[in-house]
Design a protein around this ligand. Structure first.
Ligand SMILES: [Ca+2]
Ligand SMILES: [Ca+2]
Length: 275
C-alpha cells in the first residue's frame, strides 16, 4: 500500500514459503484529498482482508484478491481497523471532522491581496506559493500540530476548469467541499457483504473524540478508543451506546493503540512529534 499520490500503490499477496506473488490488486488513486496518509495496517477477518484507506473501508478476498465489499468514507486512512467476531471497528478520522479541529479557511479576497501579483483577480501556480492550513490539533501543543500543506499540493485539484488559474468560485467550491465532514467517526461495520454496503452494513457510528491514529480496542463486548488529548470513549460493541467518556489526564498526541491486560486498559501518550 502507499499514498494516494503514488501511482504504483497496490495490495500484494505473497506466498510466505516461496515469495511468489499470488495476486496484486491496484488502487484507484484519483480520490481522496492531497494530505491523505493511508498508513493503516490491513487486517484479516476470516477470508477477508480489510483495509482502511482515504475513500473507503474495503474488503478483499484473501484467496483471489477480488474486491468483495466496501463502505464509502472520507478520512486520512490512518487508523488500523480491528476485526471482532461480528463487526469490524474502524476510526475514520478527518481533519475537520470535529468542531475543535476546524479553522476558518481564508476568503478568496484575502488570498488575492497576498498572492495576486499580476492583478488579474486569479491565482496562478507561480503566484500561489503559500501554505494552506486545513485544520488544527489544539490538544497537541507541539510544532506540526497545525495541519498545513503547500498550496501547490492542492492547486490542480482546486483548478477544476484546468486553465492553470484559481478563481473565486473554484476556491469557494474547494473550501465548501473540504469543510463538509460528514463521514468522520468510529464505524462498526458488519462484514461479509457484497459491493457497496455503505447504506446497509454500518451498524453504528460514534462521531465524537475519534482517534486519528490509534486503533480501537475490542474487549469484553466493548469498544474503547482514545483521541489526541487523551479522551477515552467506551461503547457497547453491539449497540454503539456510549458507556462512558473520560479524560485519562495526560494530554498530547496519541499514536499508540490501547491494549487490554489483566482487566485493565493501557493507554500511552506522547508529545515527541516533529522534534
Ligand atoms: Ca493572478
Ligand atoms: Ca481555473
Amino acid at each position: 500500500m502507499s499514498r494516494d499520490d503514488n501511482p504504483d500503490a497496490y495490495l500484494l499477496a505473497v506466498d510466505r514459503r516461496t515469495g511468489k506473488t499470488l495476486w496484486k490488486q491496484s488502487y484507484d488513486h484519483t480520490d481522496g484529498f492531497g494530505g491523505t496518509a493511508n498508513t493503516a495496517t490491513p487486517v484479516l477477518l476470516k477470508d477477508e482482508i480489510i483495509i482502511h484507506r482515504s475513500s473507503e473501508v474495503v474488503a478483499y478476498d484473501s484467496k483471489t484478491g477480488a474486491r468483495k465489499w466496501w463502505v464509502k468514507i472520507r478520512s486520512t486512512g490512518t487508523g488500523t481497523p480491528v476485526a471482532a467476531p461480528d463487526a469490524v471497528y474502524v476510526a475514520t478520522w478527518y481533519p475537520v471532522g470535529e468542531a475543535d479541529l476546524r479553522v476558518p479557511m481564508p476568503e478568496f479576497s484575502a488570498l488575492l491581496k497576498q498572492y495576486d501579483k499580476d492583478g488579474d483577480g486569479m491565482l496562478s501556480k507561480e503566484e500561489f506559493t503559500g501554505m494552506i492550513q486545513l485544520a488544527q490539533r489544539p490538544e497537541v501543543a507541539v510544532k506540526g500540530a497545525n495541519i498545513t500543506f503547500p498550496a501547490a499540493m492542492f492547486f490542480d485539484g482546486i483548478d477544476s476548469s484546468k486553465d492553470g488559474k484559481i478563481d473565486k468560485s473554484e476556491w469557494e467550491a474547494f473550501t465548501a467541499n473540504f469543510t463538509k465532514a460528514t463521514d468522520h467517526g468510529l464505524l462498526a461495520i458488519k462484514p461479509g457483504g457484497a459491493g457497496d454496503v455503505t447504506a446497509t452494513h454500518v451498524l453504528w457510528k460514534e462521531s465524537k473524540s475519534v482517534p486519528e491514529v490509534p486503533a480501537p480496542l475490542y474487549s469484553g463486548k466493548r469498544v474503547y478508543m482514545v483521541n489526541n488529548g487523551g479522551v477515552v470513549s467506551c461503547m457497547d460493541a453491539t449497540s454503539g451506546k456510549l458507556l462512558y467518556r473520560s479524560r485519562v489526564g495526560a494530554g498530547g498526541a496519541y499514536f499508540a493503540s490501547p491494549v487490554m491486560a489483566g482487566g485493565n486498559v493501557y493507554f500511552s501518550s506522547g508529545d515527541a512529534w516533529s522534534r
